[in-house]
Ligand binder design. Structure first.
Ligand code: ZN
Length: 296
């Protein structure tokens, strides 16, 4: 509860200026960061370790390695697309085969915490989640350049640590339709932010569990929403970022939806569908060219 008007600072919560409208490569009109989050059972035990003994609840996470991820990878091979998979360190340790199969297909692996613990301000595990996540992925020779916060939450301590760790980009903030450069509390430049698009979170429309009961929606309903979001974004020359989960989108009905949506996006022929790293590197190049142009 707010006790005094001095409790909340009167300023924007994000001090970064407007996102620059850099053009997309090859004259393309818009972009899509195609990304998935691999949580497996860590999404369930992160809320309460006692869930580990609730085997049917756990099995929603287990579906990811058994069926979901192989089906998603098969679809991406079929459509010749590359994606980013933000993977928890726990999932990498428990299911090394998942990381190996993602790498074998040439996709990007991103950092998604170790045990999917919520990075609320002041949380005691912010540094250990980062460090253990890096260690788990390093066992596969991976040093990720992208980070997505578990539960989509972040704070100043975390984004300052991402910059210190040399990360290239984060994909967590919900406040833009283009990438931009974060500004840290001390005014220094932070990592590049590639904002996720909330409507492309498959969990919201397609998953209902004991600890997260919600209605699920049919393909026509979600496809209509996803197409509208993409079409308007194309008109704006902006970008969308998917927040998909193989344990949701790897289920038969959801995979059919994803196939139809991605086929639609490909047939638009003006959308750059790619990984977070590619979009961040492109942004970095444009930013450098812009800075050089401003100096001359
Ligand atoms: Zn997650």
């Amino acid at each position: 509860m707010i006790r005094s008007y001095d409790d909340v600072p009167v300023r924007p919560s994000n001090m970064a200026g407007p996102a620059p409208e850099f053009p997309w490569p090859q004259g393309l009109r818009a972009a899509m960061m195609l990304s998935f989050d691999i949580d497996a059972e860590s999404a369930i035990t992160s809320k309460d370790p006692a869930h580990a003994d609730k085997l049917v609840s756990m099995s929603y996470g287990g579906y990811e390695a058994r069926v979901g991820l192989p089906k998603v990878l098969e679809l991406l091979r079929e459509l010749e697309l590359k994606a980013t998979f933000f993977t928890t360190g726990w999932a990498a340790d428990a299911y090394p085969g998942m990381v190996e199969s993602v790498l074998r297909d040439g996709h990007e692996i991103g950092h998604h915490g170790y045990h999917h613990l919520l990075p609320d301000p002041g949380a005691p595990h912010i540094e250990s989640e980062l460090a253990r996540g890096f260690e788990a992925l390093a066992r596969f020779g991976v040093r990720p350049v992208g980070y997505r916060a578990p539960y989509g939450e972040s704070c100043d301590e975390l984004r300052t640590a991402l910059k210190r760790e040399g990360m290239l980009y984060s994909s967590s903030w919900r406040d833009d339709v283009r990438p931009y450069r974060q500004v840290l509390p001390n005014g220094a430049a932070g990592v590049i932010e590639i904002p996720p698009t909330s409507s492309y979170d498959d969990w919201m429309h397609g998953m209902s569990t004991r600890f997260g009961a919600r209605p699920i929606f049919p393909k026509e309903h979600v496809l209509s929403m996803w197409r509208d979001e993409l079409d308007e974004t194309r008109a704006w020359g902006a970008m969308v970022t998917t927040v998909l989960h193989p344990l949701v989108s790897g289920r038969p009905m959801r995979l059919r939806l994803l196939r139809h949506f991605l086929q639609y996006a490909i047939e638009c022929r003006d959308v750059w569908i790619t990984t977070g790293e590619q979009i961040a590197r492109h942004f970095e190049t444009c930013e450098q060219e812009h800075a050089a142009g401003a100096r001359t």
